[in-house]
Design a protein around this ligand. Sequence first.
Ligand code: PFF
Length: 451
Amino acid sequence: MSDSRGSIHGEWSSRWAFILAATGSAVGLGNIWKFPYITGENGGGAFVLVYLICIAVIGIPIMMAEIMIGRRGRRSPINTMRVLAKQGRHSPHWKYLGWTGVVAGFLIISYYSVIAGWAMAYVFRSAGAAFEGATADGVASIFSELVSDPERLIAWHSIFMVLTMIVVSRGVASGLEKAVRYLMPSLFVLLLLLLGYSMSTGAFMQGVSFMFNPNFSALSGEAILIAMGHAFFTLSLGMGAIMVYGSYLNKDTSIAKTSITIALADTSVALVAGLAIFPIVFANDLEAAAGPGLIFQTLPLAFGHMPGGTLFGTLFFILLVFAAWSSAISLIEPAVTWLVETLHMDRVRASVYSGLAAWLLGIGTVFSFNLWSDVTFFGKTFFDLLDYLTANIMLPLGGLAIALFAGWIMVRGTVKEELKLQHPRMFQLWYLLVRYVTPVAVIIVFISLQG
Ligand code: PFF
């Protein structure tokens, strides 16, 4: 296979186009919805610290590995793994790693779409001034009224899934770029506005101390696993999403710089979201460990009490939907590229089939918040189980395998050539991280959980 081969699925128009799309994939519900609620459930500071360490030591090196593998292979993750393994004279069975990624993405999009549906519903709540002058009890009942209504949730879930299928069927490289370029910065500005509100609640320092004052006695082994899993989830790693995007990347882009830029942008959004939310929690005597409803029960209070809150709230939820949208696309892209390449389906059909199957599975998540809220498997609802299995098990294992693949399976010279790091020491550091540090760290977290 020659180096200059392009991807049959197209190529980004520039380095910025890639950064925007990858940031669009990374920044999503994971940052604004999930990070705050799992931080709240896992005691704050120590959890945040472990998450930040995982981003730096595991996330960034694995992101570099994924982009590098994708750009080298120029195919869907499944076929990329097969071809590159063969080149290194290793078993083509590495393609199963691509498979687990496709399955993980498919499982994640099924529930991701349901939660994005909540955000869509909130656009209309906010525009209808439902939050004006709201009390904590008032917003809690708006939320519980929504999630206890399966029909409404299914309707929003369906709309979101159709929107996702439309973009995916047209090919990700077109359209997405522009949306991300303007909408992501706007979302960040609105988060800063919320942060400003939080500073005025009188409980800002309490929020800061909750997030950054580590109390290690509150940190369980399971919390460490969740923090590590979230580092993968939030950076879209361990399932081939970033690998697919890397496969559309031109040869001259610096993978290291790009990965660091994406990780910094992603982490800033999560931290600002947390800093905006926790002061509201404490100022209103709410429960930090409220779970998946946390942002929907806190942010409306801010919008309900700030000048122009109806407008800002509406805009905020619109932008949140866009952020979710640009992530959702990357969740089914690995499956779609595989269907196109291997079964020679056209893109539209591949997108419709994948979306439809994920939509069906998503009904299970819808019911887990109402009709099936008492039905548990291993002590978890259907949604919790899917989330746990994907974010905390499948993505870290996928990431582990990607690190091993880049560190041990691919030919060192190829890897070096593809990464083109300017300083030889940088390459050595990265190679050390993916060969030893990252795999060992992931394995230790898994083993310690058994104890
Ligand atoms: N990173 C996205 C978020 O934080 O919302 C979720 C996600 C997208 C996870 C793509 C995995 C993925 F491949």
